[in-house]
Design a protein around this ligand. Structure first.
Ligand SMILES: [Zn+2]
Length: 377
């Protein structure tokens, strides 16, 4: 196969991101499906033979839109936190994670205190909403990233949860063991199908399963016509390869990384988009702006096309959320009541069980559900 030259400059194509679609409960749908063909190792991963990466992105900070100063764009960055999985101790500290943990603990403490003061759920929700908005906006999204081709001949990056990626790995092993074929190799390969089934009323109440895509074929056996199931043809052509080189990610460098010092500065910043861009080292002078747009490695969220099969959750988050929480503050005055962060940030923090509110639609929750979501059990 021939390698195509990657495109740069004004022809630069933003990489499309896909995720497993949610069943549309409002339309009465119970299941949704995504079919894809994994792209074999390309670009920097070619030698290593790798085809997937796992990282977590922090979404709490916005910069200025390169072409429209009145708009903001989310500037996500890779979380550098590392953990010893045996001791559960954090071996490399991420200042943003620390800050998020503190805020979540403060929020839980604030709810507990307001309950002690016999406030109603509605009152408490109003009181803690600025802090809850902050926590929700400072989303940390850990996902696998895999280059894929869709049946529609589109290419891009599939984002999968760790749970679903494990199911995919099981299916990959099953294909190799039972069918003796390489499920990713360009000359063979298979199409995978992820089926998502709704298990409850909430968007997060879903269960995924992974299978391989089969098609029916009519064949003649001893003069008789029979219908058999065979693997859907997944051979990749040279044209596919060129498309993949243009439209798929160089996975090891796909997610933007900044230094620990930069993260420290972001955490201490006011969160003002100009200040955020300064920390990122992004200049907005008009002379450079054209160049900046072309070479900007960051996805431009306001411009990014939303693929029909997928909407990338963190990108659609409300960037206008009011983050009025002062940086580094450990006490909050919410509606005249003082709330303090229950504990100081320690040098080697242990993982604290904190509520996972990442994909929750807090706006649709009742007051009781809302408070329950932010409580630390
Ligand atoms: Zn982090």
């Amino acid at each position: 196969m021939a390698f195509a030259k990657p495109k740069y400059g004004s022809d630069f194509t933003y990489i499309k991101e896909y995720k497993v679609p949610q069943p549309d409960l409002k339309k009465g749908e119970n299941t949704s499906v995504l079919e894809f063909r994994i792209i074999p190792p390309i670009k920097s991963f070619e030698q290593a033979g790798k085809w997937a990466v796992y990282d977590a992105l922090h979404y709490g900070y916005c910069g200025t839109h390169p072409r429209d100063n009145s708009k903001k764009v989310v500037r996500p960055f890779v979380c550098p936190e590392q953990k010893d999985y045996n001791t559960k101790l954090i071996t490399h500290v991420c200042k943003e994670c620390n800050q998020i943990r503190l805020r979540k603990e403060t929020l839980a403490a604030a709810i507990a205190k307001a309950e002690q003061l016999k406030k109603t759920p509605e009152e408490i929700r109003k009181l803690v909403s600025p802090l809850a908005d902050w926590v929700k906006f400072h989303n940390r999204d850990a996902k696998w990233k895999i280059n894929i081709k869709l049946p529609t001949n589109e290419f891009g990056v599939l984002k999968l949860s760790h749970t679903t990626k494990k199911l995919l790995d099981v299916e990959i092993n099953a294909v190799m063991t039972n069918r003796h074929i390489d499920p990713i190799d360009g000359d063979q390969g298979v199409w995978f199908r992820i089926t998502r089934v709704a298990t409850g009323d909430r968007p997060n109440d879903v269960r995924d399963s992974v299978s391989i895509v089969m098609v029916q074929k009519n064949v003649q056996v001893d003069g008789q016509m029979m219908t058999v199931e065979v693997l859907k043809d997944a051979k990749l052509t040279e044209a596919d390869f060129e498309q993949a080189m243009q439209k798929c990610a160089d996975l090891p460098t796909y997610s933007p990384r900044i230094s620990d010092d930069q993260i420290d500065m972001l955490v201490k910043s006011s969160g003002d988009p100009e200040e955020v861009d300064k920390i990122w080292g992004i200049s907005h002078s008009t002379e450079e702006s054209q160049e900046f747009v072309d070479d900007d490695p960051l996805p431009d969220f306001s411009k990014q096309e939303t693929a029909t099969v997928a909407q990338t959750a963190p990108i659609t988050q409300d960037t206008t959320a009011t983050t009025t929480i002062a940086p580094q503050s450990t006490t909050f005055n919410l509606g005249g009541i003082e709330f303090a962060t229950p504990q100081k940030e320690s040098e080697k923090p242990k993982e604290t069980p904190v509520p996972d509110i990442m994909n929750m639609n807090t706006k649709e929750m009742t007051d009781e559900e809302f408070l329950k979501a932010f409580k630390v059990s």
